[in-house]
Design a protein around this ligand. Sequence first.
Ligand code: UDP
Ligand code: MG
Length: 316
Amino acid sequence: MTMPTFTVIAPIFNELESIPELYQRVKSVMESTGEPWELILIDDGSTDGSTELMRKLAENDPRVRPVIFARNFGHQIAVSAGIDYCRGDAVIIIDADLQDPPEVILDLIAKWREGYEVVYAVREEREGETWFKSTTAALFYRLIYRITDVEIPLDTGDFRLMDRKVVQVMQQMREKHRFLRGMSAWVGFRQVGVSYKRQSRVAGETKYPFKKMLKLALNAVTGFSYFPLQMATYIGFIAAGLSVLAIPVVATLRLLTGTALLGQATTVVMVLFLGGVQLISLGFIGEYIGRIYDEAKNRPLYIVAEAPEDLPDSKE
Ligand code: UDP
Ligand code: MG
């Protein structure tokens, strides 16, 4: 059997209404390349009938390969499973809601043919997203860019093409709390961006409520930076430095003029402020320790309930 040149990976969490258009558009774009391809659909615990529809598509078109999870494991884990199961020389990650237009895949492929191993799609514009989402996203990308050691491109989601070489490295990276854009930047090789216009969803609602966005942001920060841990050190030095300056001032005033400078209110404010800083620092340490604990348990990344038969031995 011939191996596909291209694998398209789409994670699916209750996208019943988007799937037919996703399939049609991916199919016509990929057929226009004239090369063999496969579409891996990861069912991340859908309950709206997406699972049955995926099975039906696969029956009619063997290029569609569903991997069905035992429950919802989250978007980043679903895409990771696609990366484990893909067989293409070039692998494209795309959202199932068609916010990333499949037609852009041709631009990604063109860059890949020029010799780039990672071609990421940069959001030039965002359509149909709330002010809150686009502002927090823009802030988030800039924060990550500043505090991480890896150069993670700005305004770039998971929509990208990765060469087999990069995919093989990604398959070795089994960290439990995943930020795929950071991981694929970390791998290196030749990387380049292609800009595109992010569309509105074709149907349904976002599956990324604020809580999930916050979790992703925390995974990005803790996965690629020690900055939150170092913040305690910085603030500690500043507070200690200030008090060293303040001690002689307070003592001199007290001795020479007999005025006690600090009132009770000031003391209470200082105690609350430093107590707050200490608790926040502890919380940050807790975030890292929780992640160490999850790594130590070493549970599988996901549980597959159902996967195509001719896949490599079922991966963890
Ligand atoms: N998704 C998933 N598991 C989840 C949440 C989302 O597989 O727990 C999928 C979802 O079906 C979609 C993609 O991840 O294909 C991106 O999610 P969404 O469009 O809701 O995020 P947004 O574009 O709003 O950030
Ligand atoms: Mg979306």
